[in-house]
Design a protein. Structure first.
Ligand code: MN
Length: 211
């Protein structure tokens, strides 16, 4: 069974003015579609066919560069579309576990935003910024090059990504040109905290009780 390009959970223009429709159209319809097609080609006829993408990435050191780049590209963009929403932005509700965990691990939501924006802004060249949860339910921020991510066994920062921001130029150049920091700030206006919160709760491997 081959991997499939997921549909966007909102219209292409739904995230305007923060992310423009043309960028979404090319990013989803060309870039993400391309990673999906090349991932399928890279695993066709191998024992990776039928495996979950998370399991493929967890052992990516054993696989080809094509599996690493396109498997990462497939997974990362699936997450990216999911963690944005035209109804997003602002702060997670204080009753959400993710809000309590952000305050616990970063001191405040503002500090979290500053650290995340720094990770996104200082990633040289193409890559991603991540908010991850580790096996003890602790949150951390990091960035990775290219289409790597913290699920991969070749990456320094290990964890389950619950929020990701694409800082490849293809993600923002049409609207923001070289102004990556403006794009990063705009992203905070569309973050779907309900989804990030659910991902945090679902990960919760250490069973932290925030009640
Ligand atoms: Mn991208």
């Amino acid at each position: 069974m081959a991997f499939e390009l997921p549909s966007l959970p909102y219209a292409k223009d739904a995230l305007e003015p923060h992310i423009d429709a043309r960028t979404m159209e090319i990013h989803h319809g060309k870039h993400h579609a391309g990673y999906t097609k090349k991932l399928n080609a890279a695993i066709e006829g191998t024992d990776l066919e039928g495996k979950k993408i998370e399991d493929i990435l967890a052992n990516v050191s054993k696989h080809s560069g094509g599996v690493r780049n396109n498997g990462g590209g497939y997974y990362n963009h699936c997450l990216f579309w999911e963690v944005m929403s035209p109804d997003g932005g602002g702060e997670p509700s204080a009753t959400m576990n993710i809000s309590k965990a952000i305050n616990r691990d970063f001191g405040s939501f503002e500090n979290f935003k500053t650290e995340f924006a720094k990770a996104a802004g200082t990633r040289f060249g193409s890559g991603w910024a991540w908010l991850c949860v580790d096996k003890d339910d602790k949150l951390s921020i990091c960035s990775t090059p290219n289409q790597d991510n913290p699920l991969m066994d070749v990456v320094d920062c290990q964890g389950t990504p619950i929020l990701g921001l694409d800082v490849w130029e293809h993600a923002y150049y049409l609207n923001y040109q070289n102004r990556r920091p403006d794009y990063v700030q705009a992203f905070f206006n569309v973050v779907n905290w309900a989804v990030v919160s659910k991902k945090f709760n679902d990960a919760n491997p250490g069973g932290s009780d925030f009640s």
